[in-house]
Design a protein around this ligand. Sequence first.
Ligand code: HEM
Length: 149
Amino acid sequence: MERQRKKSWDQKVLIVKDSFLRARKDAAFASDFYHNLFFLKPKIKDYFIKTDFEHQDKALLRGLEFMMGFLDHSNTNARQQVIRISHSHAHKNMNVHPHDYYYWIEALVLTVKSHDPLWQKDYEYYWRETISYPITFIISQYFSPGDSV
Ligand code: HEM
């Protein structure tokens, strides 16, 4: 039988933040994330045809830091940045299709799992559960009122 899960939101957020801090220490974290993302859905590469990946690797880590600050409402700047990212990725700007975030989460879980030296099986649940909050927020901002088709 599955173990009952008794951790609070704040406890899960702390576990995920610590897991991220350990995983990101590995210099290959961001490039492995993109490797996993493009492996899971090669078509996603089409968004990045003009992208300088040295720059993008840093943007990913920054984006993840903002997400961590968004999770427990501890950081107003992090919240503003996630709101900004939600707009830059929305329909009228980069037009990242909401469905593609499914692969983004899968790639993230795969990457953290292989880079956090203290990874435990339960962490997968905590990562998915916590990260779904900023991701659903970003997806919810995809359309703005008045967007054309
Ligand atoms: C499958 C989902 C996603 C796709 C396809 C995608 C795609 C892109 C693309 C094409 C760029 C521009 C790269 C360039 O400058 O050439 C970009 C920038 C960026 N992305 Fe994403 N992205 C995704 C999800 C996310 C998520 C969930 C985050 C949040 C952590 C994020 C954070 C960023 C940041 C911080 C930048 C730098 C530009 C900015 O600050 O707006 N991305 N993304």
